[in-house]
Design a protein around this ligand. Structure first.
Ligand SMILES: O=c1ccn([C@@H]2O[C@H](COP(=O)(O)O)[C@@H](O)[C@H]2O)c(=O)[nH]1
Length: 245
């Protein structure tokens, strides 16, 4: 198990960094990581990645690549020149796609952590079955997670409900990143497989990705600080209890 406390990643789901500038400025130094996703990247491209990095954040580029192996490997090569620390691809693209991506990373961006998205946190058991997958979300996450690690990825994106099972199934060095985080009393929105920050951190997540519970809160800076504290506290308690055993 990792000895580092669980950290918060801010999900920047806005078209431009300028749209969330006050929160970004006020959280500099308190939150280390920010996630640029499809909305921001399709609106302003690599420039917004550099802009967020220039503000002092480590950037998680959440492009969820999913294509034939050659195309995904070339996309990994293209983003290798950007100041990013994490990049996502869909594990459902299969072993070969992930192996090609892992080779491109080794050659062009050895410091970059490639994360395999397993089953989206917005997917319920019934919506997964509708796509033709008979397995439960937990079994499908275990299967895809193991495949991703065999193919050479360093981490996974899963729901907090699967953190404990992945911690049992995989090496402790695998980084587990979880969206689907909802502090008690906040709206579920379109997320289906959720836990609170403390529950996810106690289960063994390395990073929590949180967007709307922060940016839709009356005071986003206070909301982010509370979530970061709750996660750090729960993971430190877990680490101390492991050390005592
Ligand atoms: O399975 C996944 C993979 C990625 N995400 C992304 O995380 C954030 C969550 O935002 P909230 O507002 O906290 O729900 C968002 O950027 C998603 O694209 C995910 O939710 N689930």
């Amino acid at each position: 198990m990792s000895s580092a406390p669980c950290e918060l990643i801010l999900a920047l789901d806005a078209p431009r960094p300028a749209d969330i500038a006050p929160a970004l400025r006020q959280l500099q130094g308190t939150v280390l990581w920010a996630k640029v996703g499809l909305e921001m990247f399709t609106a302003c491209g690599p420039d917004c990645v550099r802009e967020i990095a220039d503000l002092g954040y480590r950037v998680f580029l959440d492009l969820k690549l999913h294509d034939i192996p050659n195309t995904v490997a070339r996309a990994v090569t293209s983003v290798a020149s950007l100041p990013i620390g994490m990049l996502t691809l869909h594990t459902s693209g299969g072993r070969e796609m992930m192996q090609w991506a892992a080779r491109a990373r080794a050659e062009h961006a050895p410091e970059l952590l490639l994360l395999g998205v397993t089953v989206l946190t917005s997917t319920s058991a019934s919506s997964l079955h509708e796509t033709g997958v008979a397995a439960s979300p937990a079994d499908q996450v275990r299967r895809l997670g193991s495949l991703a690690v065999e193919a050479g990825l360093g981490g996974l994106v899963c729901s907090p409900l699967e953190i404990a099972l992945l911690r049992t199934a995989l090496a402790p060095s695998v980084t587990l990143v979880t969206p689907g985080i909802r502090p008690s009393g906040t709206a579920t929105d379109d997320q289906a497989r959720i836990l609170t920050p403390a529950q996810a951190a106690a289960a063994g997540a390395n990073f929590l990705v949180v967007g709307r519970p922060i940016f839709n809160a009356p005071d986003p800076v206070a909301a982010a600080k509370l979530i970061a504290q709750e996660a750090a506290h729960a993971s430190s308690a877990k680490l101390s209890s492991h050390a005592a055993q």
